[in-house]
Ligand binder design. Structure first.
Ligand SMILES: NC(=O)C1=CN([C@@H]2O[C@H](COP(=O)(O)OP(=O)(O)OC[C@H]3O[C@@H](n4cnc5c(N)ncnc54)[C@H](O)[C@@H]3O)[C@@H](O)[C@H]2O)C=CC1
Ligand SMILES: O=C(O)[C@H]1O[C@H](OP(=O)(O)OP(=O)(O)OC[C@H]2O[C@@H](n3ccc(=O)[nH]c3=O)[C@H](O)[C@@H]2O)[C@H](O)[C@@H](O)[C@@H]1O
Length: 472
């Protein structure tokens, strides 16, 4: 079973674009549709538009061959056997997922169907969306035997998106149709059979898997809930360790040791136990809110999710207080900020806790010099340069003559700075690390006063010890 399927992917954002090139890498023929003409033209010209490892190479390899880009959804629908909907499902004002983009796409597909199609929900959607898409199709006059709607949630992470797509922990296919299940199995066969991994030049995964990924077939509703529950659980894990980090600070314990000790229990596992300034990004905040809203609508008490959100919001405020305590007052302080994207490895600034903190600090009267290896261009739309906010060319440029340096994003390179050079560049050698990238003892050796999350603070000078203890 190793055939090429004609696939249409609707949406060329993070998920759509990565899915399109990965399906091509798996041997399928793909047309990727977006209604944003500018994006389509850029992609046709070979611009990958997002910062993702492997994406430019794959785009170069398959563009205008196994992957084509277009704005014509009708034509793409007619030629495809399977259509993956990968448009945005942003948070609406009430916390619900806004499904208007999904609805627009479903209606347009309905108008263009002439032969049987599998329509796969790749976007993250609340339970019952599958049934709802089915009704949209029927309302638009498409008879039931002309299509099946399958729930096929995506679990990739930004920054490692291509490797995650090709090396998933699992593939979830929610459908009650054997015909649709068979097409989905054929699409994912290069992965589930292990054939892709044996191929010369196959892209390596981030996590080591000994066996190919299982394809889990479920009901459509279960598949939809699997996605929301997975993201909510990961967010919960982060909020849990953040709450523990606060407890560690109060008890003068070290959260890194605590997380290590917890993570060695194979039932808990070490991943997603990194404390910090709270989770962000385009998914966890909106998906926790959407899942909470689903629970409310179904009359289920899921107050735990509200607490996950409260801890997350509090974590940013606590970090702000930490900066205030370290510097005594914020007004008029000059700060270096390393990191603007919502996490390392991506240029995505959607719902970035780093950007939120920068805005909070500026409201408190600080002036900031910021550096990010990939996100500065995107950030300029939200944070244009002005007298109290400037972009730097590198971390040392950002640190020049500042009162303190803040690490807000876990870019690997921020954990490898020349500390001597850094300390010499700053007016005061004070580092507030929101991502725990450094060993506190190393900072002390380099005569840097170091505040991190959930760990005992290392003070370099007696005066600073006095300042910090006054503010406790
Ligand atoms: N970003 C991520 O890491 C992940 C996202 N998801 C989910 O995947 C979905 C998409 O997320 P992203 O790719 O981040 O969104 P995005 O906002 O980056 O991209 C969505 C794309 O859809 C296009 N679009 C909107 N309406 C359209 C229409 N009627 N016809 C054609 N194209 C249209 C937009 O122009 C845009 O390019 C969301 O539901 C998200 O929750 C799931 C897993 C990971
Ligand atoms: O549905 C989605 O869109 C995706 O959401 C997340 O992926 P992503 O948002 O790309 O990034 P993560 O690596 O999960 O990080 C999310 C946020 O949590 C923070 N985080 C993560 C892990 C951790 O231990 N601590 C922590 O604070 C990160 O800094 C970041 O702000 C999930 O990890 C993916 O499985 C999922 O497909």
């Amino acid at each position: 079973m190793s055939d090429s399927i004609h696939i249409a992917v609707v949406g060329s954002g993070y998920v759509g674009l990565v899915a399109a090139v990965c399906f091509a890498e798996m041997g399928h023929s793909v047309v990727c549709v977006d209604n944003d003409q500018q994006k389509v033209s850029a992609l046709q010209g070979g611009e990958s538009l997002i910062h993702e490892k492997y994406l430019p190479d794959l785009l170069q390899r398959y563009r205008n061959a196994r992957v084509r880009f277009t704005t014509d959804l009708s034509a793409a629908t007619r030629e495809a056997q399977a259509i993956f909907i990968a448009v945005g499902t942003p948070q609406s004002e009430t916390g619900d997922a806004d499904l208007s983009y999904v609805e627009a796409v479903a209606s347009e597909i309905a108008r263009s169907i002439t032969t049987y199609k599998v329509i796969a929900e790749k976007s993250t959607v609340p339970v019952y969306t599958n049934e709802w898409i089915r009704r949209v199709m029927e309302r638009n006059g498409v008879s039931r035997e002309m299509f099946d709607v399958v729930s096929n949630p995506e679990f990739l992470r930004e920054g490692t998106a291509v490797a995650d797509f090709l090396h998933p922990d699992r593939i979830v296919v929610g459908t009650d149709s054997d015909r649709a299940a068979d097409i989905m199995a054929r699409i994912y066969e290069p992965l589930t059979s292990g054939r892709y991994y044996a191929k010369a030049g196959a892209i390596d995964g981030v996590c080591n898997h000994d066996t190919p990924p299982p394809l889990l077939r479920t009901s459509t509703k279960s598949a939809e809930i699997i996605k929301h529950a997975s993201n909510a659980f990961l967010a919960l894990k982060i909020s849990f360790i953040n709450a523990v980090s606060n407890l560690c600070e109060a008890a003068d314990a070290d959260v890194e040791q605590v997380a290590q000790g917890m993570g060695l229990d194979s039932r808990i596992g070490p991943k997603f136990l990194r404390p910090g300034i709270g989770y962000g990004g385009s998914c966890f905040p909106k998906d926790v809110a959407a899942f909470r809203s689903v629970a409310e609508q179904l009359g289920v008490n899921f107050a735990l999710l509200t607490e996950v959100e409260n801890i997350n919001a509090d974590q940013k405020r606590r970090f702000l207080s930490k900066v205030r305590s370290a510097l005594w007052t914020l007004r008029g302080k000059k700060l270096a900020v390393l990191g603007l994207s919502f996490k390392g490895g991506t240029d995505d600034i959607r719902d970035s806790p780093a950007i939120e903190l920068v805005q909070m600090l500026m409201e408190e009267g600080c002036s900031i010099r910021a550096f990010d290896p990939a996100a500065m261009q995107r950030a300029e739309h939200i944070l244009p340069p002005r007298p109290n906010f400037q972009y730097a060319v590198d971390p040392y440029d950002a640190a020049t003559d500042v009162d303190a340096l803040l690490i807000l994003t876990d870019w690997a390179e921020f954990g490898r700075l020349d500390l001597q050079r850094l300390a010499a560049t700053m007016r005061y050698p004070i580092v507030l690390d929101g991502r725990n990238l450094y060993d506190p003892d190393l900072m002390l050796e380099n005569e840097i006063t170091y505040f991190s999350v959930g760990r005992p603070t290392r003070h370099h000078t007696p005066e600073l010890t006095a300042v910090a203890s006054r503010s406790r």
